[in-house]
Design a protein around this ligand. Structure first.
Ligand SMILES: [Zn+2]
Length: 287
C-alpha cells in the first residue's frame, strides 16, 4: 500500500499502534482531499456546462433577432412600389416593368446587330434609321404575338386574371418576342457579314492555303483535297464574320453610350491664366 510505505519511509521505527494511527490519519486526509477534488471538478464541469448553455441561448436569441430583422427588411423591400409604374408592393420594380426594361434593351441590341452590316457604323444617322426600322419590325411582331395570345386564350380567364396579370403577360410576351429577335438578327448579321469582301477574301485565302498543303499538292482536284479546302474556306468565312460582328458591335456600343466628357482641370486648360491672381481684370478675361 502506498500510504503505509510512505509512513514507514518517513517515520521509521514507530510503534505498531502509532503506525496504524498515522496510516489511518493519512488515509483519511487523502480521502478527504480526493473528495474535495472531486467536488471541485464537478462544480467546474457544471459551470462549464452552464456557460455553454448560456452561450447557446444567446446565439439562439441573436439568430431569432436576425431572422426577425431579415423578415422585416424583406417585407419593407417587398412593400416598395415599382419605380417605373408605381405599382404597389413590387420590391422596387414590378414584373411587367422588369420585362419592359429587358425588352427595351433587347430591341436596342437588335438594332445594333442589324446596323453592323446594313449601315456604315461611323454614320450615326444611318445607324439610327436602321435601329428605328428594327424597332418597328419588333414592335409589330410583339403586337401580332399578343393578338394571337389573346385569340387562343379564354376571354373569361383573361377577365378573371385581372388587369395586373394581363399587363404582366403582355410584358412577358414582348420580352419573349424581343429575345428571339435578337437571335434571328444575330444570325442574319453573321450571314451578311460572311458575304462581305473581307470574309470572302479570307475564305479564298484559306481555300488556297489548304490546297497548297504538301499532302494535297499532288492531287488538288481530288475529292479529299476539295472537301478539306471547302471546309477551311467556310471556317475562315465564319471566323471573319464573327470577328467583324464583334468589332462593329463594340464600335456601335461605344457610339451609343458616349463617354461623358469631363472638362480638364482649369489649371490644365489655361495655365497662363491660372498662374495669375484672380483679381477683377483676370476674371474679366476668363469671362
Ligand atoms: Zn412597374
Amino acid at each position: 500500500m502506498r500510504i503505509a510505505a510512505e509512513v514507514d519511509r518517513e517515520l521509521p521505527g514507530l510503534e505498531t499502534d502509532a503506525r496504524y494511527r498515522e496510516i489511518e490519519a493519512r488515509m483519511r486526509r487523502h480521502a478527504e482531499a480526493e473528495a474535495a477534488d472531486f467536488v471541485a471538478r464537478q462544480a467546474e464541469a457544471q459551470q462549464r456546462a452552464a456557460q455553454r448553455a448560456a452561450a447557446r441561448a444567446e446565439a439562439e436569441a441573436q439568430a431569432a433577432i436576425e431572422r426577425e430583422r431579415a423578415a422585416v427588411e424583406a417585407a419593407v423591400r417587398q412593400a416598395v412600389a415599382c419605380e417605373d409604374c408605381g405599382r404597389e408592393r413590387s420590391a422596387g420594380l414590378c414584373e411587367a416593368c422588369d420585362h419592359r426594361r429587358q425588352t427595351e434593351a433587347l430591341i436596342g441590341e437588335t438594332g445594333l446587330l442589324a446596323a453592323t452590316w446594313s449601315a456604315d457604323p461611323s454614320d450615326p444617322i444611318a445607324v439610327a434609321v436602321v435601329a428605328a426600322e428594327v424597332r418597328t419590325a419588333i414592335e409589330d411582331a410583339i403586337a401580332a404575338s399578343w393578338a394571337q395570345f389573346q385569340e387562343i386564350t379564354d376571354p373569361v380567364a383573361l377577365e378573371a386574371a385581372g388587369p395586373e396579370a394581363l399587363e404582366d403577360a403582355a410584358a412577358h410576351n414582348a420580352f419573349v418576342v424581343a429575345e428571339s429577335a435578337v437571335g434571328e438578327y444575330r444570325h442574319e448579321a453573321l450571314v451578311m457579314l460572311g458575304r462581305s469582301t473581307e470574309a470572302q477574301a479570307e475564305a479564298r485565302k484559306a481555300y488556297t492555303t489548304e490546297l497548297a498543303k504538301p499532302w494535297f499538292q499532288a492531287l488538288p482536284d481530288s475529292d479529299d483535297a476539295q472537301r478539306a479546302a471547302t471546309e477551311a474556306a467556310a471556317k475562315a468565312q465564319t471566323r471573319t464574320a464573327e470577328h467583324l460582328l464583334a468589332v462593329r458591335l463594340e464600335q456601335l456600343h461605344a457610339q451609343a453610350r458616349p463617354e461623358p466628357v469631363r472638362p480638364a482641370p482649369w489649371s490644365q486648360r489655361l495655365p497662363e491664366l491660372a498662374a495669375r491672381p484672380l483679381d477683377g481684370e483676370a476674371l474679366e478675361v476668363i469671362a
